[in-house]
Ligand binder design. Sequence first.
Ligand SMILES: [Zn+2]
Length: 376
Amino acid sequence: MLVLFVVLSSCTKNEENKPPAQEQEVYYVQGDPINLVEGTTLSDELPFKIDNLEQFKDSYIVSSVYFTEKVKEKKYSTSEEGRESRKSVYKPKKGALFSFKKYSSESGDSYGFESDDPDQWRFGFEIDSSGKLYRLRKPNGFQILHVSITPDKKYFNFLIYSNKDKDSKYLVSITFTTDPINEDIFVSDKNREQYYYLRGPGVIFNWPQKVNLDLCYGGYNSKVLLKRVTEAAQMWNTAIGENIIQVNLKKNYPPFSDLNSRCVYLNKSFLKNRSGATTFPIFKMAENHFLDSDIFLWDGHLANKYFTSFLQDKNKLEKLDLLAAVKSTIIHELGHFLGLGHNFDYGVNTSIMGYKEDYVELQPYDIEAIRALYRR
Ligand SMILES: [Zn+2]
């Protein structure tokens, strides 16, 4: 059991502290990052047409997550540094503005969706005969794998892949919004400042209503994993006193970048910083709510030799209650999914949101913090 504890406690031990939303979060993955979308249903239909470009002018990047296989070790953040960073309150600021620019040439018109900031991404789009923008202009060297847009059309995302770079392959999920940042709404709540939330103590981001969190997994023994995720969700629901998270199993599902689907993925890739699971939230800055959030359980860590083989071998599984241990990781990630940050104040509060123990139950701090977060 000792080995197991070490493996699972490292799940969260080296998890990254998230930089501000406009800054790019970089994750180093094992192997080709295209593996992160393996088994997903991709759609690259663009939301832009010539006659609706006005709607997308003044867009800015609200989230940018970059995965690369480049072999470069990141400095691990220590829990001490994490503790300090969790005390500060994230201050939102508007990122670079993007808008459409028209280019005319002898071969016809094309558009660039671009920022005046030269450090930002630039997208060029070609136009088909019906006047629809239909694909990235060459020779950008990267391809759009998946596009999604929210029903209100205020948030849209591109998932981009490139294997053209001689040094590395990369996968980038970029979310744009036309929604303004309302800085006034982004305030710390004195009554809740004793709790660590994702954007700092007392800063509230939560789900406005029930949210479907699907186990997006078509692999072996999905029912066992579904049971674990459902049990973990039920713990949080009970603590909140409201059925916020509803869990279903999906065997057909879009990639993590999709803004209209929230998933727990079990992925065979793994992060080089040895995190066992990671949650990727996207915030709706104007409303203090989540727009989207997805969880990766990195099979490669959870655990390389253990997880897959135990899931596939019923005899082994019965001998070692691996999934009970995995459950503690799932509960921790669901805490992030709901809006809790890390709690490193050991000695003051024991918490499932710390790294110190692998709890399989919520601790008193966790229950208080989540209740405060969902006190409407
Ligand atoms: Zn964590």
